[in-house]
Design a protein around this ligand. Structure first.
Ligand SMILES: Cc1cc2nc3c(=O)[nH]c(=O)nc-3n(C[C@H](O)[C@H](O)[C@H](O)COP(=O)(O)OP(=O)(O)OC[C@H]3O[C@@H](n4cnc5c(N)ncnc54)[C@H](O)[C@@H]3O)c2cc1C
Length: 407
């Protein structure tokens, strides 16, 4: 059985290794000079390769039950066993899994070593430009002037996030040309661009916050909590990454989106009211800035005072308690309009992709027998925390396994 794997990224390498272990003869056609380039930049160079807490709710997709079934067939334990067999030591940091040496290169090395030990043919610098079905059981795969023939093909081209690592979105085109529907693709796990010239003044601040995205009618769209990073363009950090796909889709549909930031997520409004009442008599002779000192990050506090049309040097005790309270409440309801997201170059993954309704539980196309899909190319994207690589390992393993099976 001759299996062609298009794209030697995370999913493609696991699919190829699995198929060869099942007795197939495997060729990887890779667009870049080397396989697995994206892996090297994952997890800030440390590669967060999975998570001990693996739950279908950590994924967005067109079919949550399909994702749950796949994860139950190849989950975290299977990932750890797979890499242990390749000789990779791993470590767990609060459930987040990394190679023990915390170097992403180690994950790529063990995959490449295994591919070479199993004599997988890797043909690099070959971007696949077209795929045709020759007869019922054979595929002709075109790369520039060359043509390769395979019994089965696994498409593992990734999405179009971080295109400099090779994933330029050509996989979506190939899938469409072969008659598959693709759910609109938007950048995910990236920052939000927000309205407001004040972001320059607070850029660089990192603070705990709760963020909720809202629509025009003030209805909740998505939310998360964690360390927020302020940038010159708007909001960033893990909690923003987790929800930005929702903003990307809403904006794509022409809707307006607001981000409401709660800079004091640990303190309820009631507690804040009590705090203001207690604090005012103690801070009688202080300025407004001094009154606020220590409650909020200084730059955020100065911005709130300015936005309220007040002066930080003004004495706090000439202000009414209500005014001070409303200033503090503003810290819990800081609203800014979202005008965009980071582009594909700045996104860690893509949301959207090949519709799941078009593939079987074995990742085989329902339209074309012998054609398989794996990885980010599919309409599945995970949260931060090792979930996207887990999806690449899961889908790569299951597709590689099925594609090498003889009927
Ligand atoms: C900066 C960054 C950090 C990340 N950190 C993490 C993390 O710590 N943990 C985590 O779980 N996820 C992380 N991710 C996401 C994760 O890397 C991806 O979800 C995962 O690599 C997807 O695997 P894939 O094999 O589907 O696609 P890719 O890894 O993108 O591989 C696709 C391969 O196909 C090749 N290719 C594309 N088109 C063609 C074609 N037409 N012909 C031939 N070859 C082609 C490409 O060159 C590439 O080698 C991160 C992503 C980025 C960008």
């Amino acid at each position: 059985m001759k299996v062609g794997v298009v794209g030697g990224g995370a999913a493609g390498l696991v699919a190829a290794i699995t198929a060869v272990r099942n007795g197939a003869e495997v060729t990887i056609l890779e667009a870049e000079a080397r396989v697995g380039q994206k892996l090297l930049s994952t997890g800030n160079g440390k590669c967060n390769l999975g998570n001990l807490v693996l739950d279908p709710t950590c994924y967005y997709s067109g079919d949550a039950e399909f994702v749950a079934r796949c994860l139950s067939r190849f989950g975290t334990k299977d990932t750890l066993a797979f890499f242990a067999e390749l000789g990779l030591l791993t470590r767990d940091k609060n459930g987040y899994l990394y190679p023990f040496c915390e170097q992403a290169g180690a994950v790529l090395d063990v995959l490449r070593n295994e591919a070479s030990a199993l004599r997988i043919r890797v043909i690099s610098e070959r971007r696949v430009t077209g795929i045709k079905q020759d007869s019922r059981s054979s595929f002709l795969v075109q790369t520039g002037n060359e043509c390769f023939s395979f019994d089965r093909v696994i498409l593992c081209c990734g999405g179009k996030a971080a295109p400099k690592t090779g994933s330029d979105g050509s996989g979506y085109r190939l899938a469409r040309e072969l008659g598959h529907k693709v759910v609109p693709v938007v950048p995910a796990l990236t920052f939000l661009k927000c309205e407001g010239d004040y972001f320059k003044a607070i850029a660089g601040v990192r603070t705990q916050a709760r963020i909720s995205l809202q629509n025009d009618r003030g209805e909740f769209l998505a939310g998360d909590q964690g360390e927020l990073q302020l940038t010159e363009q708007g909001l960033s950090g893990i909690p923003i990454f987790q929800i930005c796909r929702v903003a990307a889709y809403a904006l794509r549909e022409g809707n307006r989106v607001w981000a409401e930031v709660d800079y004091l997520p640990q303190i309820s409004e009631k507690e804040l009211k009590r705090l203001a009442e207690k604090r005012l008599p103690l801070q009688k002779n202080r300025t407004l800035e001094e009154f606020m000192t220590g409650i909020l990050n200084k730059k955020i506090m100065q911005l709130l005072i300015k936005r309220a049309g007040l002066k930080g040097t003004a004495p706090a005790n000439v202000m009414s308690l209500e005014k001070l309270e409303s200033l503090l409440f503003e810290a819990k309801h800081f609203k800014t309009e979202v005008i965009g997201t980071g582009d594909f170059q700045h996104a860690q993954v893509c949301a959207g992709g090949v519709e799941l309704s078009q593939i079987t539980d074995d990742f085989e196309s329902k339209r074309i027998r012998g054609l398989y899909f794996a990885g980010e190319l599919l309409d599945v994207d995970g949260k931060c925390g090792g979930y996207n690589l887990q999806w690449a390992w899961t889908s790569g393993f299951l597709a590689g396994n099925a594609a090498s099976r003889t009927v």
